[in-house]
Design a binder for this molecule. Structure first.
Ligand SMILES: Cc1cc2nc3c(=O)[nH]c(=O)nc-3n(C[C@H](O)[C@H](O)[C@H](O)COP(=O)(O)OP(=O)(O)OC[C@H]3O[C@@H](n4cnc5c(N)ncnc54)[C@H](O)[C@@H]3O)c2cc1C
Length: 250
């Protein structure tokens, strides 16, 4: 059995999972699952490796000991729609293959992200937000301003197109809140790396929402690998040398 079909993943194919106010994640295709990880690992370990014969044990062994290559044999392709500021964070994951909508070729839609709340800058995390939000009165005023600004920017974009300005120049006035779309293909090892970083609460709330949705899809495609990832990576912690050498309480 070489070609791997995972029934749970088949049922997710082509379904749009909504994220944020206009975004979504859709599983376009997958190549392999837990069975492929095991098949490819057996090439290196051989069928006679009795101690790691059980599939779940083998996958956990690979994950725990950082034998990452068999996880690279599983590949997922997503269609994702997200605001441009999320896409910029996403694009830092260089081991994926991406094809994004072209604002030079297409007229971009009037879809912009409006945050659900306006959090206050965190004082302990210079990149992040605190749990507190601005007052309801301030929030109402600022939200109104955001919506007005988005409308004005899109109107100007439209006006430029109407006057014959090229799409590649007209789009330059659109904000980071504008939604973009891309096909995103990545192997499971690097997808776990993406999820480890983007499920963490240091990652921005908005990209975390996408990571949460993708996690559910990964769980369907490779449930044993997902559990091993949770066990040995996502909820595991490493200790530094000094932490290990620190005196333990009696
Ligand atoms: C909370 C948070 C805050 C961040 N803040 C910033 C920021 O302020 N500014 C900023 O620029 N980025 C920022 N990043 C992005 C971060 O620095 C990483 O670039 C990004 O998360 C991708 O991680 P990665 O390199 O592990 O993944 P990938 O790019 O998928 O790489 C996976 C592995 O392949 C290796 N690799 C990939 N491409 C190459 C290459 N060309 N040469 C050598 N090795 C390669 C990587 O070293 C890594 O080991 C932030 C990320 C997070 C999660």
């Amino acid at each position: 059995m070489a070609h791997v079909i995972v029934q749970e993943a088949e049922e997710l194919l082509d379904k749009e999972f909504p994220v944020l106010d206009h975004g979504f994640v859709r599983l376009v295709d997958y190549l392999g699952g837990d069975a492929r990880i095991v098949q490819s690992a057996r090439v290196s370990y051989g069928p006679g490796t009795k101690s790691v014969r059980d599939d779940t044990k083998l996958i956990n062994y690979l994950m725990k000991h950082g034998h990452t290559s068999p996880f690279e044999q599983v590949v997922l392709t997503f269609h994702v729609k997200m605001p441009i500021f999320v896409a910029r964070q996403w694009a830092r994951h260089r081991t994926a293959r991406t094809n994004e909508i072209s604002g030079r070729y297409s007229v971009l839609s009037n879809e912009m992200y409006t945050p659900g709340r306006l959090p206050i800058q965190s004082t302990d995390n210079k990149q992040g937000s605190s749990d507190e939000s601005v007052s309801p009165e301030e929030s109402e005023m600022l939200m109104e301003g955001i919506r007005r600004q988005h409308d004005m920017q899109y109107e100007l974009y439209q006006r430029m197109l109407d006057k014959g300005v090229s799409r590649e120049i007209a789009r330059t006035i659109l904000p980071l809140a504008l939604y973009t779309e891309m096909y995103w293909q990545i192997d499971l090892h690097n997808l776990f790396n993406f999820l480890r970083q983007r499920l963490d609460n240091h990652a921005q709330y908005e990209i975390r929402q996408y990571a949460e949705t993708i996690s559910k899809i990964v769980k369907a495609v490779a449930p044993i690998a997902w559990e091993a990832f949770e066990e040995h990576v996502l909820y595991a912690r490493t200790l530094s040398r000094s932490e290990l050498e620190a005196p333990q309480p009696e």
